[in-house]
Ligand binder design. Structure first.
Ligand SMILES: [Zn+2]
Length: 341
């Protein structure tokens, strides 16, 4: 539909979105407004002008320094712009150059952008804001509604004689898999096995990708986590044991099984999403409001482990990019194993 060169346009729109995501990643966990005040240099407070805000190019042209005070600008800003730009370019190519599917491009570009922000915030704070998880679910439901209206293939998922909108089926699969890990991990090891943020994230991934691709994404997430885990063990110097034993002493008791069951049901019914608008619903169902307390300004993360959220995001994005190839492999293996066509 589009010429291949337009992918460059997709890249720069994505990079500009990435530049906004940098604002989201910094301000959302701190409970600050995403719009005001306008961006300023964190070192000298100088308000950034148009020349400072061209994604990637501003950073390269200024050598990673503030033009006014020469203070260093964190490389994180340009990394997030590059990643977001690359993902937009990839989905642009897949759906607008090779394919002709504007709706799928829009939902996947929005999906990838939220996942970049969620991953960066999870890496920094070990939590995923519930607003971002709610957005993913709403993107999936909205896209699915469009498919149903357009009468497109794949809008419905069939479970025997039961037909569910594919996004609802995917969301339920996401909750079931990750709540299941949390539940059986809790029973078997008497420890919290999976964060609630990860269950909500998996629900959003299922809603956007639909059941089959989401399951591929969950599998890829585990693979990516194993590869990175092995690399980390190989590359990292041994942790200081004193610090670890101190941390263990402060560990909170694990969640009760009944609270876990109630939470899982709440996520399946998306009570947390409605609770963003009606906090009393959260208090009634979960016994507390789920919206995170804003971070203290002097808060710093301790990088002792990588949370699972970024792995889930990476697995989901890989699945969205390569699902046809991957599902094709699964299908041919299945056919070969069962002697079918
Ligand atoms: Zn400055």
């Amino acid at each position: 539909m589009f010429y291949p060169w337009t992918t460059v346009v997709g890249f720069f729109i994505g990079a500009a979105i990435g530049s906004f995501l940098n604002v989201v990643v910094y301000r959302l966990p701190r409970g600050m407004s995403l719009i005001a005040p306008p961006s300023h240099c964190p070192a000298c407070g100088h308000r950034l002008g148009v020349l400072d805000l061209v994604p990637i190019l501003s950073y390269v042209a200024s050598g990673g320094k503030c033009r006014h005070c020469k203070g260093r600008v964190s490389a994180r800003y340009v990394v997030i712009e590059l990643i977001t730009g690359s993902l937009w370019a990839a989905f642009w190519w897949q759906n607008l150059v090779e394919g002709e599917d504007v709706a799928r491009f829009l939902v996947l570009a929005a999906f990838a952008s939220v996942l970049v922000a969620a991953s960066a915030i999870d890496l920094a704070t070990y939590t995923i804001p519930i607003g971002l998880n709610a957005l993913l679910l709403l993107f999936g439901l909205g896209y699915n509604a469009w498919l149903i209206v357009a009468g497109a293939d794949g809008a419905w998922a069939h479970l025997g004689s039961l037909a569910l909108p594919a996004s609802v089926a995917g969301a339920l699969v996401g909750v079931a898999v990750f709540w299941g890990i949390a539940f059986f991990g809790r029973l078997a090891f008497r420890k919290d096995a999976m964060g609630h943020g990860d269950i909500m994230l998996a629900r959003g991934l299922g809603a956007v990708l639909f059941p089959a691709t989401a399951l591929v994404g969950f599998g890829l997430a585990v693979l990516v986590a194993v590869v990175f885990g092995v690399l980390q063990v190989l590359l990292r110097r041994p942790p200081e044991t004193v610090e670890e034993s101190e941390g263990e002493g402060e560990e909170e008791p694990p969640e009760t099984v009944s609270s876990l069951v109630r939470s899982g049901l709440g996520y399946a019914l998306a009570i947390d999403v409605v609770g963003i608008v009606f906090p009393s619903l959260d208090r009634w169902w979960f016994g507390q409001e789920l919206v995170e307390e804003p971070l203290e300004d002097d808060w710093t993360p301790g990088f002792t482990h990588i949370p699972f959220g970024p792995y889930l995001a990476a697995g989901a994005i890989l699945a969205a990019l390569f699902d046809r190839t991957l599902l094709g492999w699964v299908q041919s293996y299945w056919n070969w194993a069962t002697g079918g066509p």
